[in-house]
Ligand binder design. Structure first.
Ligand code: AMP
Length: 147
């Protein structure tokens, strides 16, 4: 996938937005959706995506949609840090396969980091569904009181 490959409406995040594929949803409004990464690189790895923008990456997303995504990224980063108490947090966004992008609907990663724990392999090991459900409930509860 190059930086100029056209948007594919069958990508997995487009399916999640349409409700055609499941996700461990944390937050949704008219413009933005956030859910747990299914192949987390750390405990609490979260993805934030625009719902109305058929954009592959940062080059083709409209600025207003990107701004709305980043506002949610900041809110959820605060929630995740407060609830999970990591020692650091990475906020990352990849553009094009050579840069590490594997799903071609623009998204921002929130990856909590814990001292002494390395980063899991990108988009590799699938998380235990029970663990994701428990984490989802925990973060949703914190969002309801804080975000
Ligand atoms: P990137 O490599 O930056 O395109 O990130 C895509 C992310 O989506 C990776 O971290 C994957 O683990 C994650 N991912 C892929 N499929 C799903 C899915 N169905 N639900 C949640 N996360 C997913």
């Amino acid at each position: 996938m190059s930086l100029t490959t056209p948007y594919d409406a069958q990508n997995i995040f487009a399916q999640i937005i349409r409700g055609d594929a499941p996700c461990y949803k944390l937050y949704e409004d008219d413009d933005v959706l956030a859910f747990l990464d299914l192949f987390p690189q750390s405990f609490g790895h979260t993805l934030v995506i625009p719902k109305r923008s058929a954009a592959c990456n940062i080059l083709d997303v409209d600025t207003e949609a990107l701004a709305k995504v980043m506002a949610v990224v900041q809110k959820l980063t605060r929630v995740i840090v407060d609830e999970l108490q990591p020692d650091g947090v990475q906020v990352a966004q990849f553009n094009g396969a050579p840069a590490g992008q594997t799903v071609f609907h623009i998204h921002v990663h929130i990856v909590p980091r814990y001292s002494g724990e390395g980063l899991g392999i990108h988009a590799a090991g699938k998380a235990d569904p029970a663990e994701l459900e428990e984490l989802q409930a925990r973060l949703q509860q914190r969002i309801a009181t804080q975000a």
